[in-house]
Design a protein around this ligand. Structure first.
Ligand code: PEP
Ligand code: MG
Length: 305
């Protein structure tokens, strides 16, 4: 057992029988990178845009993206386009005040009225990607329909970014995953927002923690549906919400067919260790039991403590 643990303390994510589950980092800038990460599964680009009256210039953005790409030669970096809105307001976006910011113009929806913000960002990502050897993927937040997904992928391709995906954060998108996958190359499940929107429970509201529990059967059912859609389409489906950092839940995700787990870098070792201690078949058995559970408690009990 000690040997298994030692082998699992570094290196790529693998089940005990060698099935790869990439363990990627969620970062906000190159400063968050730690040595030896397999790649980045969520590069939150908001940091570049905060606390300023004008949008960051093309050159500023190229420099920031290049810092990250240059640190990860040959590795995957999934860049998320700007996730702003009335919940994270930016002065240069022409946005009306909204009574329900979480349900308003946020994420990809901002590009409806401000298309150049997205175009400039995609051009900057493509320019930085061309100058580095990282494998750059791009994804959009807050996508609700297949039409939005396809139009984002088209914008990425015309900017010179061939690998485009979307985050699944809205239940409507999870329900239509097979259709969305016809227009994009991959999905990444943002389980923080997917829980919020599935349970109509503000993710910042501590009183609603019970509903926001990632072991809730409805959330597991949506994740399973997306993973099956990915398997059917032969396209990767990852998870980049907080749930990916729970080692027991990671076994469920691997068993459902999720191909990468992205989390705060400090959470990676415990998840790596949990995966290394179970075969893919064991993960599938755990996932099947969790999926059949009627309560979060029963789902959690399906996985080893
Ligand atoms: C999510 O919603 O799960 C996610 C990863 O995005 P963020 O936490 O940045 O909204
Ligand atoms: Mg989100």
């Amino acid at each position: 057992a000690r040997r298994a643990r030692a082998a699992a303390s570094t290196g790529p994510g693998r089940t005990a029988d060698g099935h790869p589950v990439a363990l990627l980092a969620n970062i906000g800038s190159a400063r968050d990178l730690t040595a030896g990460v397999e790649g980045v599964g969520l590069f939150r680009t908001e940091l570049l845009y905060l606390d300023r009256t004008d949008p960051p210039s093309l050159d500023e953005q190229v420099a920031a993206y290049r810092d990250v790409f240059a640190a990860l030669p040959g590795r995957k970096v999934v860049v998320r386009t700007l996730d702003a809105g009335a919940d994270k307001p930016l002065p240069f976006l022409r946005m009306a005040g909204e009574p329900n910011p979480a349900l308003g113009v946020r994420g990809l929806r901002v590009a409806r009225r401000n298309p150049d913000v997205l175009t400039t960002q995609l051009t900057a990502i493509a320019t930085a990607a061309a100058a580095a050897s990282a494998e750059v993927w791009v994804m959009a937040p807050m996508v609700a329909t297949a039409a939005e997904a396809s139009s984002f992928a088209a914008a990425c391709r015309s900017a010179g970014l061939p690998t485009a995906g979307v985050m699944i954060e809205v239940p409507a998108a999870a329900l239509r995953a097979p259709s969305i996958l016809r227009g994009v190359d991959f999905l990444s499940l943002g389980t923080n927002d997917l829980s919020q929107y599935t349970f109509a429970a503000d993710r910042m509201c501590g009183d609603l923690a019970e509903l926001l529990d990632h072991w809730q059967p409805a959330l597991i059912a949506l994740i399973a549906a997306c993973a099956s859609a990915g398997a059917e389409a032969g396209k990767p489906v990852g998870v980049c919400g907080e749930s990916a950092a729970d080692p027991a839940f990671a076994l469920v995700l691997a068993g459902l067919g999720i191909s990468s787990l992205s989390m705060a870098p400090r959470s990676i070792p415990a998840v790596r260790e949990a995966l290394a201690a179970h075969t893919l078949d064991e993960c599938r058995t755990i996932a099947k039991a969790a999926l059949a559970a009627d309560t979060p408690e029963a789902a959690r009990a399906a996985a080893p403590a």
